[in-house]
Design a protein around this ligand. Structure first.
Ligand code: TLP
Length: 343
């Protein structure tokens, strides 16, 4: 019997390990060649994924980065301009793939807590002019990672949709943590999906599957994305072994994200009492801290965490702490007590 493994690692929710049920599902997977469309677990994951989001189709990809890449490629032509939030993962953290693979121009809009003012989006859209590239896509991120795991509200999502459609743009959502957003907002994820054309959602973050993402959207866009996935080397053959845990991720691991959010709040409150500054508005599973008020450097923080058996990676005067599957309320309490003793 495989037990739920403790995972005292605040670096990210990408570190989550599969649940015992997921490991069993991988073991029992029937498997087939997915490039021929023959893998039953992949087919089921794509069917269930599309259904959960109220979309026509879904595509299983290796990672969030690949999911965003194939979606952006499917929506655009070489030489288009796309609008993104300044701190978005696609713009900052995906190795410039949009420029390299898509030959796309990027126009960034500065958000406040991850939220872009629709007027700024409108101002970023190019008018039809022989000198300008056409603007064809708006990318949104929900929850917004570098803004502190902020869930964008349905009204905000609708405001992007309205401005995009008024200008004939498609909308792609980097929903690496879209289930965290839905849980934090207390809404069905379909309501978020209503305001976008495509979504990339990660199975391998808080939902604890070992590998992979889904791209969901209209059939014709997903067909194009599938072709781009093959071009990028992402045709995966007996991928059911990793798709089987993905099915459990989206059907059984969503509700427990509320525990991660509660644990993040508990962590933020505890650290604030000790004198550590929490710099974000904690609404989901991320706590951004500044430990300079207690006189600690990143080295002090990292060493203290290591001594206590935790993984955390301080840089400069702060770090991001992410709560996830494998970290329980008791672990948060003992982490806070441990830090308090050492300050
Ligand atoms: N984010 C990772 C790091 O790359 C920063 C993390 O630890 O948070 N979109 C968003 C919003 C993400 O946060 C990430 C991963 C991705 C896309 C990419 O997913 P992967 O890592 O599966 O390629």
């Amino acid at each position: 019997m495989i037990m739920v493994e403790k995972n005292l690692d605040f670096r990210s929710d990408t570190v989550t390990k599969p649940s015992p049920e997921m490991r069993e599902a991988s073991y029992n997977a029937i498997l087939g060649d997915d490039v021929y469309g023959d893998d039953p677990e992949v087919n089921e994951l794509e069917r269930v994924g599309a259904e959960i989001f109220g979309m026509e189709a879904a595509l299983f990809v290796t990672s969030g980065t690949m999911g965003n890449a194939v979606a952006v490629l499917a929506h655009t032509q070489r030489g288009d301009e796309i609008i993104l939030e300044e701190g978005s993962h696609i713009y900052v953290n995906e190795v410039g793939g949009l420029a390299v693979m898509g030959q796309l121009m990027a126009k960034t809009v500065k958000g406040i807590k991850g939220h872009m003012d629709p007027a700024d989006i409108q101002a970023g859209v190019r008018v039809d002019n022989i000198h300008f590239p056409p603007t064809t896509l708006l990318c949104v991120e929900n929850t917004h990672n570098t803004a502190g795991g902020i869930p964008l509200t349905l009204d905000q999502m609708k405001s992007y949709w309205d401005v995009a459609k008024a200008n004939n743009l498609n909308v792609h959502l980097d929903g690496a943590r879209v289930f965290n957003a839905a849980v934090a907002l207390g809404v069905d994820v379909k309501k978020i999906a209503k305001h976008v054309d495509t979504i990339q959602l990660c199975l391998s973050k808080g939902l604890a599957a070992p590998i992979g993402s889904l791209v969901v959207g209209p059939q014709d866009v997903i067909d194009k994305a599938r072709k781009y996935r093959k071009m990028l080397g992402g045709g995966m053959r007996q991928a059911g072994i990793i798709a089987a845990p993905g099915i459990i991720a989206i059907t059984e691991m969503v509700d427990r994200l509320a525990d991660d959010h509660a644990n993040a709040k508990l962590l933020a409150e505890g650290l604030t009492k000790i004198g550590i500054k929490v710099v974000n508005d904690v609404q989901t599973n991320m706590v951004y801290v500044d430990f300079s008020p207690i006189g600690w450097t990143a080295e002090d923080w990292n060493k203290t965490c290591t001594d206590m058996g935790w993984k955390s990676r301080g840089r400069g005067t702060g770090t991001r702490l992410v709560t996830h599957y494998g970290i329980e309320k008791e672990d948060i309490k003992s982490f806070i007590e441990g830090i308090a003793k050492r300050v």
